[in-house]
Design a protein around this ligand. Structure first.
Ligand SMILES: *Cc1c(COP(=O)(O)O)cnc(C)c1O
Length: 411
């Protein structure tokens, strides 16, 4: 295929060397013939071909062009280009959810008999996908500690193809050292995928620390206003095109144009939201650590966090926008009752497990997001009945403190 044929989908025409904030607003496709200033939403399931011979070439992938909505859409492509630019990867494939981005990576990269190493602190559905669903098809897996690199080294096998983690972890905000994991993977000829949903590229770009793939739940900070389910897999364009894109097409893991458009517009404010929400989170974390009813605060932006230095280096000097804290109490029953009282007293924060929204959310991980774990697994993971997760939004920080104090002062 000649280069002129490949270039049928035009580039964005932006100059080189632009910074993240500019790319977040400007990267994408060029405008259509109508000159719209805001990115267009192409609601169409198929694309008209000029003639039968051209259609044949395009379906044979000898020429790049839009043909059928499951295979690609201009709005989805705008979102993919913008996110790839922010993550610093050459490629990106939008998917219907964060979980389908995980599935796309696993199905595209692995085959029967391959081994995956993953952090025990990963998102619950990701662990179930790797251990349960992929296990059914002969993919082997081992879970290891989020923080203990020796466990990762010891668990490597000759057939280990992929290491996968997220940092910081949900809800306890344990970090993993991305550069160290990349080194362990690459020495063994394996690859590293990082789920970057929690920090977003505005705070952390995993490929700068050596990661090969970046997974996103676009549902979280990329959308930023809690509206849609969306996902993306970022990585080297050639590999994505060769191995993942065919899976995306045949399995139908496609991102809808409307959801892509919402995420595309969300990314325009990503950087300012992340900064503002993280600043509020830091203030809330400091304030919580001074409250008599609080036993412990988990937040990487606090100097007391065991991995504070790593967080500052890896997350652009920011602790992120998610804070977790343990209330004081005696025994699991009492701890749960106290945590519930704090959550139920909230009149501003929403009681929901979603995060990444400009609306602050509050939840009880032990009975919701981590409710499917056995009591022993939960204890081992450090997720006690007194733990509360607070994902800080854009409300006034004093109003949020009053909202938390309403419950804390009852204890
Ligand atoms: C929410 C989330 C997912 C799953 O994303 P969906 O968009 O809900 O499929 C994966 N990883 C992390 C870290 C998440 O927070």
């Amino acid at each position: 295929m000649s280069n002129s044929e490949k270039k049928r989908i035009p580039s964005s025409g932006l100059p080189d060397g632009l910074h993240l904030d500019t790319l977040a607003v400007r990267e994408g496709l060029p405008r259509s013939q109508w000159g719209e200033n805001s990115e267009a939403l192409f609601v169409t399931s198929s694309f008209v071909q000029p003639d039968a011979a051209t259609a044949a070439r395009r379906f044979a992938e000898e020429e790049e062009a839009f043909t059928y909505g499951r295979f690609g859409n201009p709005t989805v492509m705008m979102m993919e280009r913008r996110l790839a630019a922010l993550e610093g990867t050459s490629g990106c494939i939008g998917t219907g959810s964060g979980m389908s981005a995980n599935l796309l990576l696993l199905m595209g990269l692995l085959q029967k008999g391959d081994h995956v190493l993953c952090s025990r602190s990963m998102f619950g559905s990701t662990l179930r996908l790797i251990q349960g669903d992929m296990g059914k098809f002969g993919i082997e897996s081992t879970t290891v500690s989020q923080t203990d690199l020796d466990e990762w080294r010891a668990a490597m096998r000759p057939n280990t193809k992929l290491l996968i983690a997220e940092s910081p972890s949900n809800p306890l905000t344990d970090l993993c050292d991305i550069a160290a994991l990349a080194d362990i993977a690459h020495r063994a000829g394996a690859q590293l995928a990082m789920d970057n949903s929690f920090c977003s590229p505005a705070l952390q770009q995993p490929v700068n620390f050596g990661a090969d793939f970046v997974i996103h739940s676009g549902t979280k900070y990329l959308d930023g206003q809690g509206r849609v389910i969306a996902g993306a897999l970022c990585g080297p364009d050639e590999l994505l095109k060769a191995k993942m894109y065919p899976v995306m097409k045949s399995a139908g893991l496609t991102l809808s144009p409307f959801n892509a458009w919402v995420v595309l517009k969300g990314m325009e404010t990503l950087s300012v939201r992340m900064q503002a929400q993280s600043q509020r989170a830091l203030q809330i974390a400091h304030w919580l650590s001074e409250q008599a009813q609080v036993a412990r605060v988990h937040y990487p932006g606090l100097a007391s966090h065991p991995q504070h230095a790593l967080a500052m280096a890896q997350q652009g000097g920011s602790g992120g926008a998610v804070v977790a804290f343990d209330v004081k109490g005696q025994g699991e029953h009492d701890l749960r009752a106290r945590a519930f009282r704090v959550i139920d007293a909230a009149q501003v924060a929403s009681i929901t497990t979603n995060l990444g929204d400009v609306k602050s959310t509050i939840c009880h991980p032990a009975t919701t997001s981590h409710g499917r774990l056995t009591e022993a697994q939960r204890q081992a993971a450090g997720i006690g009945q007194g733990l509360i997760r607070f994902a800080v939004g854009l409300e006034d920080v004093d109003d949020l403190k009053v909202d938390l104090l309403r419950g804390l002062s009852q204890l």
